[in-house]
Design a protein around this ligand. Structure first.
Ligand code: NAG
Ligand code: NAG
Ligand code: NAG
Ligand code: NAG
Ligand code: NAG
Ligand code: NAG
Ligand code: NAG
Ligand code: NAG
Length: 359
């Protein structure tokens, strides 16, 4: 028998489990408290919302702090809408049991600390509607448990990290209303749990990746107001779960498939305005009986308005202005009246724009 081997293996095990114990015991409610106080130290709190963060109150009763009972650790921080200013301390990474971090609707500035990436239990991260600048740290890809990543409505620059496949549990990704540039990473297509993707109102360039068509649970796709070019990948018209399909204000071209309404039967919002789309209005859009909003103005669409508009009882917005459309019935003495009379059953219609066409 090879005793020396067993001996050294046992020693290894001993050292290994001891270091594990040190690792897990190195953070506790006391280090959580210190981390929270160092977080507070970088924050200006104009309404004294954090006055309970003091020595006389127990940490788990501090405003916005949640603890898990079992381990007596800080598990959540909800400081939304408190008018907080200042920046996010890198010491936040010492809150190693944090599962949710809601800092939305404040006036926090500075960058997202890269140390955030060591919060390996983080499930929900919402920093939307602040004044955060700088880059999205690559380390965010280490937060493997994230289901919600909302950094929308800030001043974030740089490009979207590649290798997003490591965020395999992500359901909601909102990076809209920032100053992101570069391309949409193909790896978004690997996040198969994604239901909500908002990258709108940035300056993203390049074409829409084919891989987005792999997102079979995607309901909400918002890519409006960017600098995207090319045509819409055919695979996207196979994402039958789509409810909102918004590509407005880009430089996209190509025909919209005639059968789009049959392939995307759950559509409620179809927003393709301000692009360079050609071809005819897809007749099948008028077969999506629950559709609420169709926007295709400012493109190069030709032909006439297809029949069936009168079937769309939920329609509130129908915008097809500034194209090259002609009347449905060229033999009728008043061409545009014909279209309008077909809408008499659309009792919810609030916005109808048909101007700028040679009707
Ligand atoms: C965070 O943890 C590190 C290492 O455990 C420690 O050196 C540092 O002082 C802690 N910071 C705070 C604010 O507790
Ligand atoms: C500490 O927090 C408690 C609970 O909110 C509050 O009543 C008390 O006034 C605070 N003390 C100080 C010194 O701010
Ligand atoms: C993040 O916070 C904003 C502001 O409260 C809210 O509107 C948004 O729905 C939140 N994001 C997610 C994904 O829940
Ligand atoms: C990501 O998706 C591509 C297909 O688009 C696939 O070839 C690749 O293996 C996937 N990567 C991971 C890590 O799942
Ligand atoms: C976006 O596209 C417009 C028009 O093509 C161009 O003038 C502008 O420089 C582009 N912006 C970026 C950030 O690429
Ligand atoms: C879309 O789905 C149809 C039917 O399943 C399939 O035949 C076609 O190849 C798919 N197209 C793309 C581009 O994925
Ligand atoms: C689609 O709508 C048109 C116009 O209302 C109608 O004639 C056609 O039968 C519909 N097709 C299907 C498959 O429902
Ligand atoms: C409106 O609906 C009524 C009742 O369903 C129907 O008789 C009429 O033809 C419809 N009008 C138009 C313009 O489709």
């Amino acid at each position: 028998m090879n005793f020396p081997f067993i001996h050294s293996f046992a020693t290894f095990l001993l050292i290994f489990s001891a270091s594990q114990a040190i690792q897990s015991s190195s953070f506790n409610i006391q280090t959580d408290k210190e981390a929270l106080l160092s977080l507070k130290a970088l924050i200006t709190d104009p309404t004294s919302s954090l006055s309970s963060w003091n020595e006389t109150t127990t940490v788990c009763k501090w405003h916005g702090v949640s603890c898990n009972r079992a381990q007596q650790r800080v598990s959540g921080l909800d400081l939304q809408g408190l008018g907080l200013q200042g920046s996010i301390s890198p010491h936040i990474s010492n809150l190693s049991s944090l599962t949710f971090l809601n800092l939305q609707d404040n006036q926090l500035s500075g960058t997202i600390p890269s140390q955030l990436g060591s919060l390996s239990s983080l499930n929900i991260l919402n920093i939307s509607s602040n004044l955060i600048n700088g880059l999205i740290p690559q380390t965010i890809l280490n937060c493997h448990e994230l289901t919600v990543l909302d950094l929308s409505n800030n001043l974030i620059t740089g490009s979207i990290p590649q290798n997003l496949e490591s965020l395999s549990k992500l359901q909601i990704m909102k990076l809209g209303q920032n100053r992101l540039n570069g391309v949409i990473p193909n790896s978004i297509g690997n996040i198969s749990s994604l239901t909500f993707l908002d990258l709108g109102t940035n300056t993203l360039t390049g074409s829409i990746p084919n891989e987005l068509g792999l997102l079979h649970k995607l309901k909400h796709l918002e890519l409006s107001i960017n600098n995207l070019t090319g045509s819409v990948p055919p695979s996207l018209y196979n994402v039958s779960s789509l409810v909102l399909f918004a590509l407005q204000s880009n430089h996209l071209h190509g025909d919209i498939p005639a059968d789009v309404g049959f392939r995307l039967p759950n559509l409620l919002f179809f927003h393709f305005s301000f692009n360079e789309f050609t071809g005819k209005i897809s007749p099948s859009l008028h077969n999506v009986t629950k559709i609420q909003s169709i926007r295709m103005s400012y493109n190069f669409l030709v032909g006439s308005v297809p029949p069936g508009l009168n079937m769309l009882s939920e329609l509130t917005m129908y915008k097809i202005g500034h194209n090259r459309l002609v009347s449905t019935d060229t033999t009728s003495p008043d061409h545009s009246l014909h279209l309008i009379s077909s809408l008499t059953n659309s009792s919810k219609l609030e916005f109808l724009a048909i101007g700028g066409n040679p009707f």
